[in-house]
Design a protein around this ligand. Sequence first.
Ligand code: ATP
Ligand code: MG
Length: 284
Amino acid sequence: LSPQDIEQDADSALGTGCQGVVQAGIHKPTGMRVAIKTVKVDNREKRTQMLHEIRGLIQAAGCPYLVQWYAGFVAKEASLVHVVMELMDRGSLADMRRRLDGQGVPAERLACVAAQMVRGLEHLQTRRLLHRDVKPDNVLHNLLGQVKLTDFGISKDLNSTVGVAGTFVGTASYMSPERSLGKDYSFRSDVWSAGMVVYELATARFPFSTTSFMELYEALCNAPEPRLDVESFPAELCDFVEQCLTRDEPRRPDARALVDHPLIAPQGEEEIRALGVWVATHPD
Ligand code: ATP
Ligand code: MG
């Protein structure tokens, strides 16, 4: 896939992140719709490193639960890195949440979302890759009911929710307790973040009501672990969230263990199609 074959749609912004924009485009030879993410990276070494990482991720592709990345290149004139990837026509889980306008995702649909996230994480784990930035904006979905992880494996300083000076850029953080203590990422840290996302989609609210990094840190270390109300949600969903949001990292399951969870295991093609039908009933 070469850069000259890609045509960016004019005014077709799919979204904006901390470091760049994502636009829709087309791969002219095949007519395939693609998404193009453009990130400004001033430092030449960092650009080279990023391209190297992108190439590695392209090789690691071929999983139905991960957004396929097709190519990465640097624009000659500016310090911009472009990543060409699979277009996910319903955007992110943050978009899904926005469309629901304060309602939670119904439990049977959420099970299918969770299952695809867990399987994506399991695939990364098999490849010895950490995601490091699981959050609603980095989980994309489409009208087929497919849910896929994106933005995995790129260096933290190129892809971060915590700014250079340790300031808090995002409004809410999905980071695990051990990460807030400055420990290294592990496969289980990604599982915590996935649990936070599932909790948020179930209840239509972020698990902690914190307004600063210090408050969040305090909550992650000391507040009761977030739990779904057993009166309002199915037992399997409550248990899944309970397992993911286990503060004590060694006791928290990794993605490989979670694929066999009773919420996750039964989710198949039929449920994915049903999720697609449901997604289509919630337009912008
Ligand atoms: P961060 O900068 O921390 O990664 P972010 O994930 O919100 O934050 P981007 O990765 O630039 O920022 O993505 C911005 C938005 O663009 C996403 O939230 C999503 O809605 C949309 N988007 C990203 N990739 C795609 C894609 N492949 N297909 C469709 N929409 C996409
Ligand atoms: Mg992103």
